[in-house]
Design a protein around this ligand. Sequence first.
Ligand code: AMP
Ligand code: MG
Length: 344
Amino acid sequence: MNTLLLGSTKEDIKTAADILQNGGVVAMPTETVYGLAADALDGEAVKKIFLAKRRPMDNPLIVHIAEVGDIERFNLVSEFPEKAKKLAEKFWPGPLTIIMKKSSVIPDEVSAGLSTVAIRLPSHKVARELIKESGTVLAAPSANRSGSPSPTTAQHVMNDLCGDIQAVVDGGMCDVGVESTVITLATKTPRLLRPGLVTVEQIEEVIGHIDVDHAVLFKLESDEKVSSPGMKYKHYAPKAKVVLLSGDSEKFIRFVNAEFEKDSSVGAICYDEDIDSLLCNTIPIGKADDLEAQAHLLFDALRQVDKQGGFTTVYAHCPTKTGVGMALYNRLIRAASFEVISLE
Ligand code: AMP
Ligand code: MG
């Protein structure tokens, strides 16, 4: 299949919406990462997302809406809880996904057979225009090949899915850079299933205490039941080995330089301030204290590891687990297959 690379003019959005209305799949920019969209109310169209990504069918998708009113207009949920309304009011449009009990209009392909549906109202102008223009709501997981880092540019999408999807709408580089925060309200106590730019602390200010699912910060035991199917799949890993180092920058630099003396194929995903002191090839991800900048660049950095090539092991700082750090930690710990060396 020939994959159209579209811009984001009105014409381009019309072309993309036409493809969606005809049951096709199109990659679209959002403020988090690029999404691979299909009509969420058409099970056959949604199946094509799984095929293109090679995504396991038991991993449900997020439904993207253009305005809060779409939840009732399209009758997406069987219950729209008060807490969901409060979260929507505070964080939508934006990088928060809310899981609620689904209605019967949600095809099994979207919910992967669960009784719930994940919903998000993105803030990206192009995403919202495309949803509106398509006249429906759009199921869209990240537009990467399953297992590889999520795409934050149209080029990342083309690298992974060119030939497998009808079109990519190029809306520039994604601002946030990591996927949305996912919270379920279908449990007795609200539960965080995936950390993102909207933090636990911010959510708790609006709806009080929430639980953080064990799998957000810890490796799943082989017999552990998962709350979110996506948690059990390998994620974000470049081909080279990634190892996290916990300790301050001075210790990081000393350790990486010593390793580089022994093996010149060692590299580092590092803070901007480290570059001059490191002997190895570096992939900087922003200033040490700027977690949002690090989130913005993280997936591009992981893709750079393979693009630059020649690395056997790449060391990265182990992020803090609070605030936006939790989102960075959750992605990096998976990229590193949970391998952390303590330099304390
Ligand atoms: P992606 O769109 O690639 O960011 O993946 C969506 C994430 O949301 C995956 O980790 C899914 O497992 C999770 N998710 C989507 N719908 C549900 C749901 N109904 N219940 C639990 N997790 C969900
Ligand atoms: Mg994904």
